[in-house]
Design a protein around this ligand. Structure first.
Ligand SMILES: NC(=O)c1ccc[n+]([C@@H]2O[C@H](COP(=O)([O-])OP(=O)(O)OC[C@H]3O[C@@H](n4cnc5c(N)ncnc54)[C@H](O)[C@@H]3O)[C@@H](O)[C@H]2O)c1
Length: 257
């Protein structure tokens, strides 16, 4: 049995992860961390601990799954790696510099660390298909649509998609005329390979992304919609199992599918 802790256990994703872990034969929930409702029982006698380091010292999890907040995730990941625990990070918002620091710490401490901006298998396929299409088109833009409580923009999935597409095509904005923005930001943020990313935030959406490609006389749209948070759970558990057995830094679920 793999001993698992969940950080952000009372959040929308955290609750799903707790339920998936508690219903799995391969995992045992040994601790749950959140900054609210401290000491509430969450599952099988496990109570909410407000202190990540303290929870690790008591429960000694093999793997800590983190779905907290962009502003806390870097510190949480460092605490895990400093205390011999393998992090599985779903929380988005880590910068390139922070990812590099985490990779170095993972290698130095001889541990494993799994970070994925999107744990849904369908979304990972959408990203792979977008990467495949990138080399056949002149232009591409990404529209990502999320619920209005999402704290970071653009989404980690959109950033990772642009990075993957850039490997196949270094300039996906060919032939555009010189542009001026009458309202600043109207053309979205510019990511790798000159790909413009547009972030929509409104109630009703959960997590969707559409990658639109264009070249003379044709448009291709590749779209994925997450309609229930359960779609992330097989990927989260797969990553937790993988990283409990491998001393590696892994960024992206696509690496183990
Ligand atoms: N990788 C993926 O596939 C994926 C999928 C969905 C959401 N996300 C990301 O996961 C994160 C969480 O999303 P959510 O919708 O569950 O958010 P949420 O706001 O519902 O939940 C976050 C939880 O973390 C808790 N928290 C905040 N700071 C904490 C800390 N320092 N220690 C412990 N707990 C802390 C909050 O109290 C809350 O219960 C976001 O960054 C979101 O973008 C990733």
């Amino acid at each position: 049995m793999i001993k698992v802790g969940v950080s952000g256990a009372l959040g929308k994703m955290g609750k799903e992860v707790v339920s998936a872990v508690c219903n799995s034969q391969d995992f045992e929930l040994v601790c749950a961390v959140d900054v609210i409702e401290i000491d509430t029982e969450i599952c099988d006698g496990v109570r909410i601990n407000g202190d990540l380091k303290g929870a690790i010292e008591i429960a000694k999890p093999d793997v800590m799954i983190d779905f907290t907040q962009p502003k806390n995730v870097f510190e949480n990941t460092k605490i895990c790696l400093e205390n011999g625990v393998r992090p599985v990070i779903g929380t988005t918002g880590l910068t390139e510099e922070q990812l590099n620091t985490i990779k170095e710490m993972t290698e130095k401490n001889g541990l494993g660390c799994f970070i994925a901006p999107n744990f849904s298998t369908g979304a990972v396929l959408m990203m792979k298909f977008a990467q495949m299409a990138a080399k056949y088109f002149d232009n591409a833009e990404i529209i990502e649509l999320h619920h209005n409580q999402k704290k970071d923009a653009p989404s980690g999935t959109a950033i990772k998609t642009a990075q993957m597409m850039a490997i196949e095509n270094p300039n996906l904005a060919k032939g555009n005329c010189e542009e001026t923005e009458t309202i600043p930001g109207a053309r979205g943020g510019v990511a790798n390979s000159n790909i413009h990313i547009h972030s929509v935030r409104m109630p009703g959406y959960m997590a969707s992304q559409e990658v639109v490609f264009g070249s003379a006389g044709q448009i291709l749209s590749i779209r994925h919609d997450s309609v229930d948070r359960k779609c992330y759970m097989p990927g989260v558990l797969l990553a937790a199992k993988y990283i409990s057995e491998h001393n590696e830094f892994v960024y992206g679920l696509d690496n183990i599918l």
